[in-house]
Design a protein around this ligand. Structure first.
Ligand SMILES: [Zn+2]
Ligand SMILES: [Zn+2]
Length: 353
């Protein structure tokens, strides 16, 4: 398997972002990403997918959309849609019909920023997911850069502070979202976790100060989704697009917070008597399974079974655990950064049946 680093969920001038697809591609190349998935609000921008190049470097830019009902007040239930290849915003007023429409179109759907809070200082309402009776979606956006920012924006002054010190913002996914994810997984559903930036590259004006706050390249260095594809990107857009969306849909990926240190190189595997699998896959518990995680550099590894921590390895680069019981197993990795313990890696689960 080959690991590629993707940043997903971002906005351009086609909705409420300030940059173009070309700006995004250039920022992605500058930060060393392999691919970016652009998701403007309620519009599927056509004709801009492809490899963008600067010198000898390239990045694959793919286009999905973020659909929500603009007539709803407050504007809850944002859904990230990938690979549907048609505009599904006409289904926005009914989350279940929208998810069904994505599935009918062969696409992937992820509940965006499921637990989002209001920010009174910035007149931002909560845009969390509310339609929890909906089913059939691919997964959830476990970690959203903008939702987390709203948790620290208590006043305008906080906004100005974090605009200049954005590396202090990210701590970990919302604990409510982690809990919801574990609840869905233990109820027997397969739910793929992804990390999104929700990058807009917004402009801030405070008196004489004008600054692009949280520019694309900042987001691209923070929360990324690392995806395992069967072979390196080929340069052929349809082939590469298919590999990426198949792996994302299957959960062969993890969420990595790459600012403290690159999470490239992380693996989580299970080995049984006859079979070896990676994140997103299923393996039989018969005759036992060995779960193994490996990190690029030492940190604190936590292994969870059905939402409960069953092992902690402090300051370790690898761990192994012999599992005899069926369950949904996933790994979290935590490390210190700028004086606080922060989430670093959140794997997708291995389903031991
Ligand atoms: Zn949104
Ligand atoms: Zn968004």
């Amino acid at each position: 398997m080959h690991e590629i680093v993707i940043n997903l969920h971002m906005h351009t001038v086609y909705s409420d972002g300030t940059g173009t697809h070309k700006d995004i591609a250039q920022a992605a190349i500058k930060t060393g990403l392999d691919a970016v998935l652009v998701t403007d609000h309620n519009v599927l921008v056509q004709g801009l997918e492809g490899f963008y190049r600067v010198g000898r470097s390239r990045v694959l830019l793919l286009v999905g959309q973020e659909v929500h009902d603009q007539d709803r007040d407050p504007q809850k239930n944002h859904l990230l849609v990938f690979n549907a290849n048609r505009d599904l915003s006409t289904l926005a007023d009914d989350p279940q019909a929208l998810i069904n429409g994505v599935n009918d179109a062969g696409g992937l759907s992820f509940l965006a920023h499921p637990d989002d809070i209001a920010s009174a200082a910035f007149k931002e309402t909560s845009i969390s997911w509310e339609a929890w009776d909906a089913h059939g979606f691919t997964g959830i956006e476990l970690w959203n850069g903008l939702s987390e920012l709203k948790t620290v924006l208590h006043t305008k002054l906080h906004g100005a502070f974090y605009a200049f010190f954005p590396h202090l913002i990210a701590h970990h996914p919302m604990l409510e979202t982690l809990q919801r994810w574990d609840d869905l997984l233990t109820s027997g559903q397969r739910v793929v976790a992804i990390g999104g930036s929700d990058a807009h590259a917004l402009h801030m004006h405070m008196g004489p100060v004008h600054r692009v706050i949280f520019p694309y390249d900042f987001h691209f260095r923070t929360v990324n989704t690392h995806v395992f594809i069967p072979e390196p990107l080929t340069g052929d857009v349809p082939t590469d697009k298919k590999m990426i969306y198949e792996a994302l849909g299957a959960g062969q990926c993890f969420v990595g917070y790459d600012l403290p240190a690159s999470t490239r190189g992380f693996t989580f595997k299970a080995r049984g008597i006859e079979q070896s699998v990676i994140m997103g896959e299923e393996i039989s518990a018969k005759r036992g399974v060995t779960l193994q995680a490996h990190l690029p550099i030492p940190a604190e590894i936590r292994l969870l079974q059905d939402g409960k921590t069953i092992g902690i390895w402090k300051d370790s680069q690898a761990c192994a655990y012999s599992a005899s019981e069926p369950g949904v197993y996933r790994v979290e990795v935590w490390r210190s950064y700028l004086g606080l313990k922060r989430g670093w890696i959140f794997s997708n689960p291995i389903y031991v049946r």
